[in-house]
Design a protein around this ligand. Structure first.
Ligand code: ADP
Length: 163
């Protein structure tokens, strides 16, 4: 049940100065950061990470998304916790900020719609990426982090949340 999941704080989060506030939400929930690094990805790497987006959402969306994701650095995090993949997705909220509920990261820090982003020919700035399921999380963590960049250590959560 203990899982690891990939989170990317997207360029809009980094540039708006919300990294700390978003990380705090995960820390407050008792999730453990086991990997963290800032990366300015290029289009080739972006295509590896978003390998299925063109098929699911179309080439135009992938193009806008890659432009948005390569316009500045992201903060890549690997978070660990019980059912971490599902819990983090719940905290992140719906892909479209307009539909994301208050209390979720995308609902609290953004509000735009697909229609708006599409009319401007831009990627939807929804602050954060989180792995969609356990299988995807394994692939994404392996894509973003080398083994030696992931750390096992004791935290107070082990005592107060996991025991
Ligand atoms: P999620 O990030 O919630 O898992 P997807 O993997 O389907 O969602 O899409 C990847 C990213 O592509 C989204 O987070 C969003 O930034 C962007 N995106 C998705 N659909 C659109 C769209 N119609 N217009 C602009 N950007 C989009």
């Amino acid at each position: 049940m203990l899982e690891r999941t990939l989170v990317l704080l997207k360029p809009d989060t980094v540039q708006r100065g919300f990294m700390g506030r978003i990380i705090s939400r995960f820390e407050d929930a008792g999730l453990k950061t086991v990997g963290a690094k800032m990366v300015w990805m290029d289009t080739d790497f972006g295509k590896k990470h978003y390998f299925d987006v063109a098929q699911r959402r179309g080439e135009a969306v992938l193009k806008r998304l890659l432009k948005m994701m390569t316009q500045g650095p992201v903060l890549a995090l690997c978070l660990e916790g019980v059912h971490a993949v599902e819990i983090v997705r719940k905290m992140v909220g719906n892909t479209e900020p307009k539909s994301a509920l208050p209390g979720t990261i995308r609902g609290d820090f953004a509000h735009v719609s697909y229609a708006y982003a599409d009319s401007k020919d831009i990627g939807i700035k929804n602050l954060i990426h989180a792995s969609g399921n356990v299988e995807e999380a394994k692939q994404e963590v392996a894509l973003w982090f080398k083994k030696e960049e992931l750390h096992s250590y004791k935290s107070v959560h082990d005592l107060h949340i996991l025991e």
